[in-house]
Design a protein around this ligand. Structure first.
Ligand SMILES: NC(=O)c1ccc[n+]([C@@H]2O[C@H](COP(=O)([O-])OP(=O)(O)OC[C@H]3O[C@@H](n4cnc5c(N)ncnc54)[C@H](OP(=O)(O)O)[C@@H]3O)[C@@H](O)[C@H]2O)c1
Length: 299
């Protein structure tokens, strides 16, 4: 195990820090590199298929950077993070299993939300420990921190204990997930992030029908979206629903639908989401004549 007991004090075990190598310096690889350097996690090397941007080498003069893949003589950590595109993980795992020597002290993880650690099988068969360690965050070139986020993870239990500590060191939290549940969790994460963008696009388009510019609409409605998110977190989904459907205000919904007459596609989307809102309202308050009328209007 790469986190080894170095010594014990009276009430706690003090452990050695991980020594990390990163394969793939895309958005996630770079974000991890930046975050590790800020919280003193030792990065011994990083490799990228198409080479390393000179500005990265300048920023981290003490790290070993390599183009392509690690060779036997290159410095390599005991935690190897495969941060390549999902579709490349199988190929990269195979390459690493051919290029490096593995034993129980070598640990390999990937960051994919959909794939489980099963995809790293060639490395496990050579004696390494494997896991998936997925940051539930939209990561861009500007991401330098993993604070206050959650990682889902599965794989070798001993390695998971270590990754739990790694997440803590990054200021994040972690939880274990069954390998079979990963695609469900990832689909939810995509809905949470990407479909929020779709929702912002919807509200911009609806506002635009009233000649309200996108930047005004987003500026005015973003605090409402944030407040609703706080309500969802504090009260749960059902109790967080407010507004005309939750109140059963039939005339308000009629007016909305009339104002969307000029754009049948937007109106259809408003109706589809509205029907979901009716179901939540019925869960909250039970079936009522006004909700039944709204349901008909939205059908
Ligand atoms: N971005 C996110 O929001 C996010 C969030 C959570 C998890 N993840 C996961 O993190 C992983 C990396 O995603 P990313 O967003 O960092 O992707 P990315 O920015 O597109 O970077 C992809 C990286 O993979 C390398 N790569 C692609 N094909 C390769 C191959 N055949 N052999 C070797 N290297 C190859 C690329 O190298 P080149 O530079 O040479 O092309 C690049 O370093 C994925 O598993 C993804 O699911 C992403």
């Amino acid at each position: 195990m790469w986190i080894r007991k170095t010594h014990t004090t009276s009430d706690r075990i003090v452990m050695e820090e991980p020594r990390v190598s990163i394969i793939g310096l895309g958005q996630v690889g770079m974000a991890l590199l930046n975050a590790f350097s800020k919280c003193s996690i030792e990065v011994v090397s990083a490799f990228n298929r198409s080479g390393i941007d000179p500005s990265v080498k300048e920023k981290f003069p003490n790290f070993f950077f390599g183009k392509g893949f690690p060779g036997q003589k290159d410095p390599i950590g005991d935690l190897i993070i495969v941060a390549v595109s999902d579709d490349a993980i199988t190929e990269v795992a195979k390459k690493l299993s051919d290029l490096l020597t593995f034993d129980e002290h070598k640990n390999v993880i990937h960051c994919s939300g959909t794939h489980s650690s099963e995809i790293l099988k060639p490395l496990k068969e050579k004696g390494g420990k494997t896991a998936s360690f997925h940051p539930i965050k939209a990561i861009t070139r500007n991401t330098v921190s993993f604070e206050d986020i959650w990682f889902d993870m599965e794989g070798d239990e001993e390695l998971l204990k270590t990754l739990e500590q790694l997440a803590e060191k990054l200021g994040a939290s972690s939880f274990r997930v069954e390998p079979e549940a990963k695609p469900f969790l990832h689909a939810s994460a995509v809905a949470a992030s990407n479909y929020l963008v779709v929702l912002a696009d919807l509200l911009s388009k609806i506002s635009a029908l009233g000649n309200i510019p996108e930047h005004t609409a987003i500026k005015a409605l973003a605090p409402l979206m944030k407040n609703t998110l706080s309500n969802i977190t504090e009260l749960g989904v059902t109790d967080a629903l407010t507004g005309p459907i939750a109140r059963g205000d039939v005339q308000t919904i009629e007016k909305h639908l009339q104002s969307l007459d000029s754009d049948p596609k937007l109106q259809a989307l408003y109706k589809t989401l509205g029907r979901e809102a009716v179901q939540i309202a019925e869960r909250k308050k039970g079936v009522s004549p006004s909700l039944s009328t709204i349901k008909e209007l939205l059908s």
